[in-house]
Write a protein that binds this ligand. Structure first.
Ligand code: GLP
Length: 244
């Protein structure tokens, strides 16, 4: 794993955005996996800004959402679809043909997850996967205990995650759906490049466990140690418990 530490979240976000813009300039039909969560807000803000400044077209980029809450309506503020619409898809004017999302309302969620795996394969695989990290070390919605070879599937959210994400659902953890559809860890590991971002002291222990700790299903992000091309973009606070 390559670890890049910058003084503030804004500098990290700017660096992440310039990496992405450079990749799209090089490969205009890049397949990009999009994450949600507060960490991604400045990243997408910078991406929109830098894409305009650099005049790089994202018209041919193909986007895949990382996860979605089960039962979430697109209009729900907390839904991943709503988040991505607001922060990246509308600002970048991405057409519907270029974005794939998991349907949290699918009547057969297992079939929906299988469809998604097929869609990723048909696109030639994910070139760059953006990832945040949960305070408990989750990636996507792969909670502790998720097998490293797991595929896109329905996963049960931990109470810690529902608590952490409650603000996006009106403040109460019980309002947060109990399950989600998520790319599996095995699916994430097939992305050619993973960019893991984390900000703040609240993420420092999870980052240290993922980077320096043993590879264990109890820390889903530690699976990234097995990947040949992972860049961890951290602010000083999130890097504060690293061994180096
Ligand atoms: C959610 C998402 C994850 C994300 C995590 C961290 O649970 N499913 O993909 O990494 O939140 O979120 P935040 O960036 O808000 O701390």
């Amino acid at each position: 794993m390559r670890i890049l530490v910058q003084p503030t979240p804004d500098v990290v976000a700017s660096l992440a955005a310039s990496l992405l813009v450079a990749r799209v300039r090089h490969q205009p039909d890049l397949v990009l996996g999009l994450a949600t969560g507060m960490t991604m807000v400045p990243v997408y803000r910078e991406l929109v800004l830098q894409q305009q400044l650099a005049a790089v077209s994202f018209a041919r980029v193909r986007l895949f959402a990382l996860d979605e809450y089960r039962g979430a309506l697109p209009a729900d503020l907390g839904s991943c679809r709503g988040f991505l619409d607001r922060h990246v898809l509308r600002p970048l004017a991405v057409g519907p043909a270029h974005i794939q999302m998991l349907d949290g309302r699918a009547s057969d969620p297992d079939a929906e997850c299988a469809r998604y795996e097929d869609a990723i394969r048909a696109a030639g695989g994910i070139d760059v996967q953006l990832l945040g990290i949960g305070g408990n070390g989750h990636i996507g919605f792969n909670e502790p205990g998720s097998p490293f070879d797991s595929r896109t599937r329905v996963a049960r959210l931990s109470e810690q995650t529902r608590q952490a994400n409650a603000a996006q659902w009106g403040g109460s953890p019980v309002a947060v759906p109990a399950d989600a559809l998520t790319l599996g860890i095995g699916t994430i590991l097939e992305a050619r490049t993973c960019l893991l971002l984390a900000f703040g002291f609240g993420k420092a222990a999870a980052v240290a466990a993922a980077v320096d700790g043993p590879r264990t299903a109890e820390v889903p992000a530690s699976a990234l140690q097995m990947h040949g091309d992972v860049v961890c973009l951290l602010d000083e606070a999130a890097a504060s418990q690293l061994a180096r």
